[in-house]
Ligand binder design. Sequence first.
Ligand SMILES: Cc1cc2nc3c(=O)[nH]c(=O)nc-3n(C[C@H](O)[C@H](O)[C@H](O)COP(=O)(O)OP(=O)(O)OC[C@H]3O[C@@H](n4cnc5c(N)ncnc54)[C@H](O)[C@@H]3O)c2cc1C
Length: 496
Amino acid sequence: MDKEIKSFEEALEEVRHKEGLSRRDALKIMGISSAAVLTGGVSQAKAATEAKASGAKGRVLIVGGGLAGMSTAARLMRQADGLQITVVEPNPRSVSYQPGLTLIGGYEWQPSDILYQTADFVPSGVTWVQDKVVEFDPKGNKVKTAKGKTIEYDVMIVAGGLELAFDKIKGLEEVGTLYTLGQNEKAAQILAKGNAASLYFVDGAVQMKKNLAAFIEAAKSGKKVKGIYTHPNTPIKCGGAPKKILFLTDSNLRIKGGRENAELVFYPNGGKMFGVPEYHEAILKLFHEKDLKYHYKHNLIGIDLDKKIAIFDKHDRTKKVYDPDLEEEVEEVIHETVEVPYDMIHITPPMKAPDLIGKSPVGSSKGFVPVNFETLQHVKYKNVFALGDIAAVPLGKTGGSARKQYKVVVDNVIAVLEGKEPKAKYNGYTVCPLITEIGKVMLAEFKWADPANGDYHGVVAPSFPLDPTKPRWIYWLLKVYLLKPMTQYGMLKGLA
Ligand SMILES: Cc1cc2nc3c(=O)[nH]c(=O)nc-3n(C[C@H](O)[C@H](O)[C@H](O)COP(=O)(O)OP(=O)(O)OC[C@H]3O[C@@H](n4cnc5c(N)ncnc54)[C@H](O)[C@@H]3O)c2cc1C
């Protein structure tokens, strides 16, 4: 930690000059004072939360001990005295720092920079059951685990995250369905046969770094090469990550050489760069400035790893057809299959809630856990809540959203256990620190436009008095130096 603070201090000085900010403003922007995680402020924050302790009693079951689940357990321990809290989580590395995967694939981080042990982050007083929930009985207030244990609860919090459904892409059936933090060397090796990789799992991020190095060497040797980057037709965690690795490829090529020989092309399923117009425009401008190409409305449906050909469902045109029910002509989307040869591909796979949860009585036909968007209380079961990537709420599936949601869930769980109505509300806030080059990040913060009137579109919501569409060095520092300790020593301790 001392080493991190020293190198942070040096870097802060350098970047402060580049941004023309006072040291005070720079520190404020980087959230040091509020996060209070690097300087011993933790104990003050702890005292503040403990002062608010509730006398609520009951058994709280948390399904999924990843970022959202474990942070919720930690905060519940701080806020209430009389709770028996159980976290069911199979993975011994579940709390590891997933946002760091981008820095493994496209920068200098190693898996050891992001992987840590679940056991080290189980809050004192919380019971960790290293197992998996396989059956939900929300009417009977109980679940069953894979090892045959029945756990009863008064309140259940579902925080099961997302799965990576590579096997929905033809040609990748053997890769299967993965978890980001599982041990997936074989999956990475299968992808590597076709110069393919994915930041979305640890071994895939390591492979991405290798593929990128080979791609740069080929470009430097004078060979014309093509790198392609996909974004699927499902909700994904960190919607910015597919573009971050594209920008990092561009940046690495500019620093190491060979950029003039590389064609870099983005193939998103959607028709925009970002859901919030201001960020969409800013990213589009960067694409033009950096000579990055893009083809909207292309969904990766297959891949021939041997021949290095990506197969897309291209759906960017419509035609008029007669609808006999409406008795008029309507627009119908034309689907065409197109093949794109490549030298390197980054795949963002389709994602879904784990079937054991999504298809259970607490799930929904769409696979996510249906909750009131603001209180995060289940739409059917008043003693069930969901948060993090698995919750069916509009907009971002990020650690930044979970950081706002977990405080809402804690307050509302305590309210329910005290026999009150849940009053705390999530406002849709999320944040995407979009790396635009090595040394620069656009801190794309946004929230719902007007939830009181049912408008859940994203609007810009900057925390700092600076143009949020401008990539800045200061936010690179935030991303590379501060967000990890804030997560480890702030959020996972139930504080930040
Ligand atoms: C490449 C990448 C880049 C990212 N970049 C950013 C970023 O820059 N900023 C940001 O804010 N966020 C980022 N994120 C997203 C962020 O990491 C996630 O949104 C966050 O981890 C969600 O937390 P969660 O607890 O909902 O899910 P997870 O942390 O994935 O935890 C879910 C847990 O549930 C467990 N589980 C599943 N099923 C069961 C079951 N049946 N029983 C028991 N347990 C179960 C799983 O084992 C898992 O540990 C990124 C993610 C990736 C992959």
